[in-house]
Ligand binder design. Structure first.
Ligand code: AMP
Length: 117
């Protein structure tokens, strides 16, 4: 069950601040507080879903496609389109997910190498 007290839910309710990159009615993108590369932005849908699968199963086509279109827009805004970037979504314990609100990491701004970890 979705945990209303997770950090990203608190950010969405403006109970704690974030370094906002882009926001509209359905999505929020903000800088990761502990970046692992020169550019590290998190993208979240405002819908209450814990992981990618819940987002896929619980959102309508428009909401789903809007989220990925906005990822593309933010990638452009961050200047990552030409040199590339990495998208990651962690899910569950084995996936190393710390915050149980579905999110995508957009990472780039420097060569990331071929390893995922
Ligand atoms: P994950 O391990 O995929 O759940 O990633 C959670 C991410 O959220 C980590 O990269 C954290 O650095 C990041 N994070 C945790 N708290 C905050 C916060 N208050 N503002 C921005 N990023 C955060």
């Amino acid at each position: 069950m979705y945990n209303e007290n997770n950090i990203f839910a608190k950010i969405l309710r403006s109970e704690i601040p974030c370094d906002k990159v882009y926001e509209d009615e359905e999505v929020l993108f903000f800088k990761d507080i502990n970046p692992i590369a020169k550019v590290h932005v998190l993208g979240i849908p405002k819908a209450k879903c814990q992981n990618l699968q819940e987002f896929i199963l619980n959102s309508d086509k428009e909401t789903f496609s809007n989220f990925f279109k906005k990822i593309s827009k933010v990638v452009d805004m961050l200047g990552l389109s030409n040199n590339g970037y990495r998208l990651i979504t962690n899910s569950g314990d084995n996936g190393g997910q710390e915050v149980p609100h579905f999110h995508v990491h957009i990472i780039g701004g420097e060569p990331l190498g071929s390893k995922l970890g």
